[in-house]
Design a protein around this ligand. Structure first.
Ligand SMILES: Cc1ncc(C[n+]2csc(CCOP(=O)(O)OP(=O)(O)O)c2C)c(N)n1
Ligand SMILES: [Mg+2]
Length: 903
């Protein structure tokens, strides 16, 4: 077993030198060493085996051998034989005998240290042979960086007794060969039948297929009920067919582009599509598999996978982390290049986001598109991020399928046992160019000469099994020919019969939902809550628990809420939000809100979690409503991209949970732009995946400078089409309440993007009657009561209150102010009515954003039959000025202009 001593972790030569100095004069060494050597001298008197005893060189060498063993465990991976197509990079490994003051002369000597690796009476030569076969064969293992000694000890206990070589029975070996046959010959078939078509072949790392197959089967034996996979283009078709049971007919028809689906969907290329499947493992276990669709943007899917996994763990498996296994398959260049992976690592053990570890498999073909691996990273290995989470890493040779399966199985066992991330770096090659039409010899001529001569893994493994008597060549010929023939038959069949594209929406948690229709956006649905439930929530929010030391200011806030709701029968923004959450929880839904500092709220308006002043225990009022944890509110780590991706994933798996991501300030959401562009706005059209994710993005011009004013409203509006999402800029607490509840009351799901308030949180006019929460509904446009105005100023968001104040102060009676609360979808019928009603008025669009930003371009495009006069800030490269004085001047000017003479 793994034993570490002070001595075995030190350099014996150094200690010996110190000891000699001490012997000359104890004062020659520091006091702590004096004490240390005194102990040794005492030991020396009672134990002749003291290694520093003169004339006892063997004992000193015992220490050296112990250190050598440790060194192989730590650095053996540096000389492992993991590269199938070229000499591996030479690293300084310090594994030579001389480094340990040993020499060839010691090879025949027996050392007790051999017992550390399970060898009794072993010579140094035998010890080294065992260490080499354990740590330097087809698998190189990095695990000594794991601070948890239980992980290290467990791994040593698993690997050393078997020299880290699996001992699979014949049946399993033949099964692995069968999977390799399918993987290799599926690619070969596509290569010959669909010449030059992009498929991002797996050739060079086909061992992925049996290893996924084994991971799923073993996982099921260890309690896994579902696997959620994320992967990029490379090998995806192979995984879809050979793991996810997609029919080859379907894939062939995608190549021929003869498949068809409704015009409703715009679709995606075949190597981005997802799929789910229910499979039975060889041991008779049922497992549900999901492959999450993804865009071209590499590595983005990883937090989406963990978000989905988290939801399943929570809502389907009573928080049992072992029931859902996330598997993330990466490219070598993308994995080390894309920052989202650091964000994900950092998130992986945080409460509210933790999924009990993921299995990471890197398809390491030693190349990016054309870029050499040396151009792709500064780190030694592409998996070095694993060190952040102290995760074990297996580097394994793709040409040794038994080793690859063994490494992945080990990863599954570690994950199920310790709940941590584990990495398997499968080192292989890419048989062709980046896609099959691309010429790799422009950039890597030597590597590709070597690859051209390199036999495929089926032939290598097949020969090995034949030589070992596991299979006869006749049997394997039958296997290969049978598979090839079935592919040909299926291709013929596909060419004779059109395939209907598969549609797997509305299954499991999504049963009972439907897609949206045009009429869903023409009238508001019922979103009011009963007075009784509102009272119940308001009570929970305003009464602190007994025996809880509430901070004075918090107590005051609770009291204010109590007064506002129960005495004045009013709600402000923060209260309306909590009432929306609470009433949804009482209706049987859950609410999840995550983002930076959102428990208290960046602007100190939420206070959804209250802390005990004396011991910092916490209390969540909304979780007192139903004895459950229906309200999950989380201060996320300081990430936008990964956290929003996670919440998006969570929303895909939780249609009945109001899922919200809040930005600290709206503009920070641009760090998650990929999630917005590639997933949120378009996943339904591309992949038939609906999400009701709500984004709260603080927005508004309040003189705080360029970076805290704009949530880049215009960018969201530009993404809007085909009723893909709601984009709102709401001015009243009641309307916000209804918008939130609508996200759950709809029969379909689309995202909601809210330009949320900052100063309006405390604005005296931003207040609603409780009765509006009961009887009202969401208002896309809030009209004015002025009958025949000379002018209609249309606006959205906070500027409304500036305009209103100006009109009141100046007692202007002939100007109506109309609020566009929802910019998309714009309520077409209401707009027509409005146009009719104010047919004789001048129409102004007033906004506080610069002309090239805000909603102006969007309004112009969608209401282009109106003769608009634009009032607002001039075009600007930066969203807002740095000086609050200049801001105020600009703001006053635009308000005056809205009422002034028009050009
Ligand atoms: C974020 C992102 N940047 C750039 C690209 C363009 N691109 C597609 S594949 C690729 C190379 C990826 O290399 P690697 O991750 O090693 O995967 P491989 O194709 O070698 O399997 C690049 C640069 C992309 N798809 N996504
Ligand atoms: Mg690569």
């Amino acid at each position: 077993m793994d034993k570490y001593t002070y001595i075995s972790n030190s350099n014996p030569a150094f200690i010996e030198e110190l000891y000699n100095k001490y012997k000359e004069n104890p004062e020659n060494v520091e006091p702590k060493w004096q004490a240390f050597f005194e102990g040794f001298d005492f030991f020396n008197d009672v134990n002749e085996a003291n290694p520093f005893n003169e004339g006892n060189p063997k004992s000193l060498k015992e220490i050296a051998v112990s250190k050598l063993i440790d060194a192989y465990r730590t650095r053996g991976h540096l000389i492992s034989k993991t590269n199938p197509v070229r000499e591996r990079r030479q690293h300084k490994n310090d594994l030579q005998l001389e480094y340990f003051n040993l020499s060839d002369k010691d090879l025949g000597t027996t050392f007790d240290a051999g017992t550390e690796i399970g060898l009794n009476n072993a010579t140094l030569s035998q010890i080294i042979t065992h260490l080499k076969s354990t740590y330097c064969g087809s698998i190189g293992v990095e695990f000594m960086h794991c601070q948890n000694e239980k992980v290290r000890e467990w791994l040593i206990g698993q690997m050393e007794p078997i020299s880290n070589q699996p001992n699979y029975n014949k049946k399993k070996q033949v099964h692995i060969l069968e999977m390799i046959n399918r993987a290799v010959n599926f690619e070969n078939f596509l290569q010959t039948k669909f010449v030059g078509k992009k498929r991002f072949s797996l050739e060079g790392i086909e061992a992925l297929i049996p290893s996924l197959d084994s991971a799923i089967s073993l996982g099921a034996d260890l309690g896994v009920k579902e696997c959620v996979l994320g992967m990029a283009h490379r090998g995806r078709l192979n995984v879809l067919v050979n793991v996810f049971q997609k029919t080859v007919e379907n894939v062939f028809s995608e190549f021929e582009e003869s498949n068809f689906h409704d015009d409703k969907w715009s679709g995606d290329v075949k190597y981005h599509l997802g799929r789910s499947a229910d499979i039975k493992t060889p041991n008779g276990k049922d497992v549900h598999l999901s492959l999450v669709p993804n865009p071209s943007h590499l590595e983005t899917v990883n937090p989406v996978v963990t978000g989905i996994s988290y939801s399943k763990i929570k809502h389907l498996y009573e928080n049992n982390l072992n029931s859902v296994l996330p598997i993330l398959i990466h490219g070598d260049a993308a994995f080390s290049g894309q920052g989202v992976n650091y964000e994900l690592s950092n998130m992986s053990q945080l409460d509210g986001y933790k999924v009990g570890g993921a299995i990471h498999i890197v398809l390491n073909n030693q190349i990016g598109f054309t870029a050499n691996y040396k151009e792709c990273r500064s780190s030694m290995y592409c998996t070095d991020l694993a060190k952040v989470t102290e995760s074990p890493v297996f580097h394994v040779n793709a040409d040794d399928p038994l080793a690859v399966v063994h490494a992945v199985e080990m990863a599954v066992k570690i994950r199920q046992r310790f709940g941590i991330d584990v990495f398997v770096d499968i080192l292989g090659y890419r048989r062709y160019g980046h896609n099959e039409g691309d010429e790799p010899r422009f950039t890597q001529p030597m590597l590709y000469q070597s690859i051209a001569k390199h036999d495929n893994v089926f032939n290598i493994f097949n020969d090995q099994l034949i030589a070992n008597g596991v299979i006869t060549s006749k049997e394997s010929d039958v296997m290969v020919n049978g598979f090839k023939q079935s592919l040909q038959e299926k291709l013929d069949h596909t060419r004779n019969k059109k395939q209907k594209a598969e549609l797997d929406m509305f299954k499991r948690k999504w049963e009972g939902f439907r897609t949206s229709e045009e009429k869903d956006f023409e009238q508001s649905i019922k979103t009011g809550a009963s007075k009784k439930s509102l009272d119940q929530v308001a009570k929970a929010l305003s009464v602190p628990p007994v025996d809880f030391n509430v901070f004075k200011k918090t107590e005051k806030l609770m009291k204010q809420r109590d007064d506002l709701y129960f005495k004045q029968k009013k709600v402000d923004w923060g209260l309306a939000e909590q009432l929306a959450f609470g009433t949804l929880i009482l209706d049987g839904n859950n609410v999840r809100l995550s983002g930076q500092d959102c428990q208290r709220g960046t602007f100190s308006h939420r206070h959804s979690v209250i802390k005990d002043e004396q011991n910092e225990t916490h209390y969540t009022p909304l979780n007192q409503l139903t004895n459950t944890t229906g309200f999950e509110v989380l201060n996320s780590h300081l990430s936008e991209y990964c956290v929003m991706g996670f919440e998006y994933g969570y929303s895909l798996a939780s249609p009945n949970v109001l899922t919200i991501w809040e930005a600290q300030f709206g503009d920070f959401s641009n760090g998650a732009q990929i999630m917005i562009d590639q997933y949120l706005s378009s996943s339904e059209k591309k992949w038939q995946r609906m999400s009701g994710l709500t984004l709260l993005l603080p927005h508004g011009y309040e003189g705080q400078g360029p970076e805290h004013s704009s949530a880049r409203f215009e960018r969201y509006l530009q993404l809007c089409a085909e009723n893909n999402m709601y984009v709102a800029n709401i001015t009243s607490p009641a309307n916000f309440f209804h918008a939130l509840r609508r996200q759950i009351k709809n029969k379909f799901r689309i995202p909601l993007v809210v330009m949320s308030p900052k100063s309006l949180l405390r604005h005296p006019s931003v207040i609603s009657d409780v009765s509006e929460l009961v009887n009202g509904t969401f208002q896309e446009i809030i009209d004015d009561s002025i009958k025949t105005p000379k002018r209609v100023i249309c606006c959205t968001g906070k500027v409304y209150y500036d305009l209103l104040a100006h009109r009141d102060e100046n007692k202007i009676k002939d100007v109506a102010i109309v609020r566009f609360e929802q910019l998309y979808p714009l309520p077409k019928k209401q707009l027509v009515d409005l146009r009719k009603k104010y047919a004789k008025s001048e129409w102004v669009w007033a906004q506080e954003e610069p002309e090239n930003m805000g909603a102006w371009a969007h309004v112009m495009r969608h209401a282009n039959d109106i003769d608009w006069h634009y009032v607002g800030r001039q075009e600007s490269a930066s969203p807002a000025v740095g000086s609050s004085k200049i801001h105020l001047k600009q703001q006053n000017l635009l308000v005056e202009q809205a009422f002034g003479k028009l050009n």
